[in-house]
Write a protein that binds this ligand. Sequence first.
Ligand code: AMP
Length: 376
Amino acid sequence: MSKPLRIGVLGGGQLGRMMALAGYPLNLAFSFYESSSNCPSAALGEIHGDAENSTATLDAFIESADVFTYEFENIPAAWVERIAAKKPVYPGVKSLSVSQNRLNEKQLFASLKIPSARFAEINSEADLKSAVATLGLPLVIKTVTMGYDGKGQFLLKEDSQIAEAWAQLGQQTPLIAEEFVHFKRELSIIAVRDREGHTLCYPLTENVHHRGILSHSVSPAPHVDTDTQLAAERHIAAILRELDHVGVMTLELFDTRHGLVANETAPRVHNSGHWTIEGAHCSQFENHVRAVAGLPIGSTVCEKPVAMINIIGQHPATVDVLRQTDAHLHLYGKSEREGRKLGHITVTANNHHELETRLRKLAEILPNPMALPVGK
Ligand code: AMP
């Protein structure tokens, strides 16, 4: 048997686990840079890393693999630069530096004429006051770096909350103040770009959040006209080209009365694309590892409506899930903890009506059904 190409993944969570599960049929092997030895990826490859994330363990990780990627964008750019000096890393440092920093991201949207919320950089309480004067209220105040799942955010509704917002986030400058977008719903588009620049997009997906965490996704998002799908594809293709991105990228969008408004990017496989494992010809995970490994990318077509439900905090009984028609269970091997993503369920159906019925049945057996429509 030929020696497999080994992909080194920065991070060893469920995204790395699902990348490896998609890569093994292609005779790809995996190493993970992760400090916890019982992480979700542990059973699927070598684990490098220690609690201190020392240079020695990073170098051993770099030695262990041929080509590199990451499953989380909030990692030190210096790690990626250290790898890039020795071996190929996809997506590159440019993609990382944009999605790690909300100001860079907003500037990129503006330069590519992609609609997004008006914003101001905030470095003082006085900046916050002038942002209220120029952008109006409400405003969403966010940390520029390290934010995810709504962490590090303050919804500023009234002038009287300025001091409170500053007390909460002022230690984490720079901040960004964004105009509040009155959206109808949240959507995302996932695309993959190979090393030659070929790009394919999955259909727009509708995402429902509960307390800042994704509850469930439906794809293709219902009631999306062709113009909207094409606009989303144009936006993400422009970003991918500009960054010379290789691999999967996700663009989160708000669906508004005036069309799509970009929120943020993730330079990686994304929770709102987990449905692609059973719901698309080639999953986001397989397409990502194909692109990283320099292989041709596969079809992103989705033949049937599909939904993905996150399992948060508590596990359902496996047998209850598997008894449901066309439901697929994915467990990440994590212990239960409030708010923790433990796994997901994908369910397909012949039409959106049948899909909603199946979602409701699944909601009944989940111990913690989040924002799912329960029992109606
Ligand atoms: P983010 O970390 O930017 O994805 O924000 C987390 C969530 O906060 C989003 O999924 C939206 O529900 C909400 N949100 C973020 N930015 C805005 C905004 N400018 N206007 C309205 N809602 C927002």
